[in-house]
Ligand binder design. Structure first.
Ligand SMILES: Cc1ncc(CO)c(N)n1
Length: 236
């Protein structure tokens, strides 16, 4: 690890807000997948009920990703305008390409469970998250702020699902495919590229902007926790 990355702003913030960060990346829902304590009969019952109530998590994530695409595109636009490094746009573009892949996967999953994605009702927590993304798409929101958000959103998923694949996991085979989607080495590498760029932008950001980016980071963590919370809650 190079010294810049090790002492970067991002690592400082992760350390400073470790409780919230761990809350997002080691949520009880994720731990129950990793420990294999997720009871499949109850999971299926939950899934069935959730489908009926429109809070099916895959369906919610499909809605989220559909909103995440224009957000990532807005980061791409800012990268092409503001960035002093051309490779930024390439990194974001590769992220957009995998989102296209993700959307196909959601559709395939929906077909497997025989649930039409068009019928999914947006849960309140998800709606809040999508609204937050919308607010970040405004042209006035600084590049370092949106980049911090992009890094945090992707990294929470990466750290959560890679934990389910680490040594000693008892992850049910039915869920391995989903875990590999975000827990893979390739996605980890992508998140590290995002972190490098975020650190570089934050290093140069004025204090005011740095504060905004930190608040944005914390908001992402809260919204991710609320997203996981949908796995055990009914519609709010
Ligand atoms: C809620 C949520 N956070 C992050 C990601 C990563 O793309 C996702 N698919 N969904």
């Amino acid at each position: 690890m190079d010294p810049v990355e090790k002492n970067g702003v991002i690592d400082r913030w992760v350390k400073k807000h470790l409780v919230l960060y761990t809350g997002a990346t080691r949520h009880p829902f994720i731990l129950s997948i990793r420990d294999g304590t997720i009871d499949f009969s109850s999971f299926k019952r939950w899934l069935w009920l959730a489908v009926l109530m429109g809070i099916w998590l895959t369906g919610q994530d499909y809605i989220f990703v559909r909103e995440f695409v224009p957000f990532a595109a807005s980061v791409l636009l800012k990268a092409s305008k503001n960035s002093d490094d051309n490779s930024d746009t390439e990194v974001v573009l590769s992220g957009l390409a995998s989102l296209s892949d993700e959307i196909s996967w959601f559709k395939q999953e929906a077909a497997k469970w025989d649930v039409p994605l068009s019928d999914v009702i947006v849960h309140k927590s998800n709606q809040n998250y999508c609204r937050f993304l919308e607010s970040l798409m405004l042209p006035a929101v600084e590049y370092s702020v949106v980049f911090t958000a992009l890094w945090a959103i992707e990294t929470v998923y990466q750290e959560s699902f890679s934990h389910c694949l680490e040594d000693g996991n008892k992850t049910p085979p039915e869920l391995l495919e989903a875990c590999q989607r975000w827990g893979s080495e390739g996605f980890g590498e992508f998140c590290r590229s995002l972190k490098k760029i975020a650190n570089r932008c934050l290093e140069k950001a004025p204090d005011e902007e740095l504060k905004k980016a930190e608040v944005t980071f914390l908001r992402v963590l809260e919204l991710e926790i609320e997203f996981w919370d949908m796995s055990h809650g009914g519609p709010k």
